[in-house]
Design a protein around this ligand. Structure first.
Ligand code: SAH
Length: 260
């Protein structure tokens, strides 16, 4: 027997439920299905996206932290029942379910943990060929932005080192309940054919984070902790600030530091 009720939105869980079916359908259609047979939806809430994902050729799993939403999904989407993971995405070891297999990620994500979701996905990049979904517009733009842009930063460089990032479309606050304060943006990330970097990847993460943590300084100053020798520091690339550097240039700098 299906109970007809709605989940009351909880602010601390970033709950903004999408109310426009056509937007839900459009987001659910962003994944190409290439290179995987399983998809994980983060934060399904009352399943507005899930409904459309379940019509696709891949197998949909969902991970949801809110017990009330999980109860709702269990009563309204019977075919999903053994693929509902009632956990915190940020803390859960997904290989308990995916066991090393590839899977895509999708969602109308909880905006309060947007960056952390992207960082966790990047850590699992070997298993994640594709990632799409909705963030607050500014974060979606940041992830997809090029060097020189005001919002270009750690998220842009780290994501684009491994993925081709494309901003797809903007969604206004009016199609959510309750409406968020800002516009939202939908993006897709497709892992690059050869996504292994020609430098030490752990060091690359450190270099990018260190440079952007002192965004207004030249690299010569912000990268001091790496004890760069004078001949390297003399190179003109170290006159630049991090937002002026392409992903490729960050890789080159990392390779140089690695050789020290
Ligand atoms: N996809 C739904 C809900 C979006 S709101 C829709 O479009 O209507 C974000 C959802 O993420 C909420 O259901 C919230 O409970 C869930 N959520 C928040 N933090 C989470 C976490 N750490 N792990 C898994 N789900 C989370």
């Amino acid at each position: 027997m299906s109970k007809d009720y709605q989940v009351k939105a909880k602010k601390h869980l970033g709950q903004h439920f999408l109310t426009d079916e056509s937007v839900a359908e459009k987001i659910a259609s962003t994944l190409t299905g290439n290179g995987y047979t399983k998809v994980l939806e983060i934060g399904p809430g009352m399943g507005v996206l899930t409904k459309y994902l379940l019509k696709k050729n891949y197998t949909t799993y969902v991970i949801e932290i809110d017990t009330e939403s999980v109860d709702y999904l269990k009563t309204h989407y019977l075919q999903l029942s053994d693929r509902i993971i009632e956990r915190d995405f940020l803390r859960y070891n997904l290989n308990a379910v995916f066991n090393g297999e590839p899977f895509a990620i999708i969602g109308n994500f909880p905006y309060n943990i947007s960056s952390q979701i992207v960082f966790k996905a990047l850590e699992m990049r070997d298993q994640i060929p594709e990632f799409s979904g909705m963030f607050q517009k500014e974060v979606a733009q940041r992830i997809c932005s090029d060097k020189g842009s005001k919002v270009y930063g750690i998220l842009s460089v780290l994501t684009q080192a491994f993925y081709d990032a494309e901003y797809l479309f903007t969604v206004p606050p009016t199609v959510f309940n309750p409406p968020p304060k800002v516009d939202s943006g939908v993006l897709i990330l497709k892992r690059k054919e050869n996504y292994h970097l020609p430098c030490d990847e752990t060091l690359f993460f450190r270099v990018v984070k260190t440079a952007f943590n002192q965004r207004r300084k030249t690299l010569r100053n912000s990268l001091k902790t790496f004890n760069l020798p004078d001949n390297l520091k003399a190179s003109s690339i170290f006159d630049k600030r991090p937002e002026q550097l392409s992903v490729q240039e960050f890789i080159e700098i990392t390779s140089q530091i690695e050789k020290l």
